[in-house]
Design a protein around this ligand. Structure first.
Ligand SMILES: NC(=O)c1ccc[n+]([C@@H]2O[C@H](COP(=O)([O-])OP(=O)(O)OC[C@H]3O[C@@H](n4cnc5c(N)ncnc54)[C@H](OP(=O)(O)O)[C@@H]3O)[C@@H](O)[C@H]2O)c1
Length: 306
């Protein structure tokens, strides 16, 4: 038997159950990963609470939980390609990552070798947030010399977006609450408080203007950037919600460029990007972990240890 977080009805954290299930085994074209760490994303609990979102991902009840994971390949099907037993890997498997074992069909588009020197706790939070941050910046053509305003800059996606934008040579302004300013400065961003009056505060910080924006929380930063004269095609949003203003780009993890994940892992390996882990919860505390993240004031990533 093995453990997996699963749910039988849609709802909040209380629907999540740590179940004993028969141990899954790799089919001929699959590898099996013994998961040790799984990063949480808002989409994980949005799927459990929103049947329409679950349907978009082809998830039906009863269902598994979680998307990101890291661990070790421990079974390789006879026809599987690209990975061998004992390989350290990380990847994304929507709706089934918080489990002792994840099966991945090969050739695999969302399974990567974990570079030496990067622990599973870090590798296991990279795919959804890292790829989304990369796509949010790529779609607005972020470049050296830009002054970019990033909304929700201290969250799971924000930590990657801020550092990727700095690496691209941009000046980075990031929104957060005032208590988070020190954390954002540590990532290389100039903090600015979200909420009413944001446009005035941005003008005061950057009187020469901003040239691009990535809204990682809602629509406030996208609307503020438009008000400040940024061209709509230089503004992206990633969160579900009302249709973005005309011309503003919607981006998500699936829009990331090929090679984006490897570039982020390389930058972590070389010390150019750090990955703050806000908290690690044992899998038995999955409901507490989800409750914490759903409050939307996490700085960095939350990890589930298996
Ligand atoms: N389309 C995709 O593929 C995709 C992929 C990943 C994520 N997403 C979406 O992207 C969004 C961000 O995800 P995430 O993982 O970064 O979320 P997260 O980690 O939960 O974000 C938490 C951060 O949001 C900040 N925050 C709270 N209220 C805010 C407000 N009113 N304005 C601006 N920032 C605020 C908090 O800062 P303070 O603590 O300082 O308040 C905190 O640092 C979510 O809506 C998620 O669903 C989409």
């Amino acid at each position: 038997m093995s453990k997996a977080v699963r749910y039988r009805r849609f709802g909040g954290p209380d629907v999540l159950e740590l179940q004993e299930i028969p141990e899954p085994h790799a089919a001929p074209d699959e590898v099996r990963v013994r998961v040790t760490a799984a990063g949480l994303n808002p989409m994980d609990w949005q799927i459990t609470t929103q049947p329409a979102m679950a349907a978009r991902f082809g998830i039906t009840l009863p269902a598994g939980f979680g998307s990101d994971f890291a661990g070790v390949v421990d079974e390789v099907g006879a026809e599987a390609t690209g990975f061998a037993t004992g390989d350290r890997v990380y990847g994304a498997a929507i709706g089934r990552s918080v489990a002792d074992f994840v099966l991945v069909k090969t050739p695999a588009a969302t399974l990567w070798p974990t570079p030496e020197g990067i622990g599973d706790e870090v590798a296991g939070v990279l795919p959804v947030s890292g790829l989304t941050a990369s796509a949010a910046l790529a779609t607005i053509g972020l470049r050296t010399g830009d002054t970019v305003l990033i909304g929700g800059a201290a969250g799971g996606v924000g930590i990657f977006a801020v550092q990727l934008a700095k690496l691209a040579g941009a000046r980075v302004l990031g929104t957060s609450s005032e208590g988070t300013f020190g954390f954002l400065r540590g990532l290389g961003a100039e903090p600015v408080a979200y909420g009413p009056g944001l446009a005035d505060r941005v003008r005061a910080l950057a009187p020469e203007g901003i040239t691009a924006a990535a809204d990682l929380f809602g629509r406030e930063v996208a609307e503020t950037a438009l008000k400040l004269g940024v061209a709509p095609e230089r503004i992206s949003v990633v969160a579900d919600g009302p249709a973005p203003p005309p011309g503003v780009r919607k981006a998500g993890a699936l829009d990331a460029d090929p090679g984006a994940m490897e570039r982020i892992a390389d930058a972590i390996h070389s010390g150019e990007i750090t990955v703050p882990i806000a908290a690690t919860f044992p899998v038995e505390q999955i409901r507490e972990a989800v409750t914490t993240q759903a409050q939307r004031h996490v700085h960095g990533k939350i990890v589930i240890a298996l």
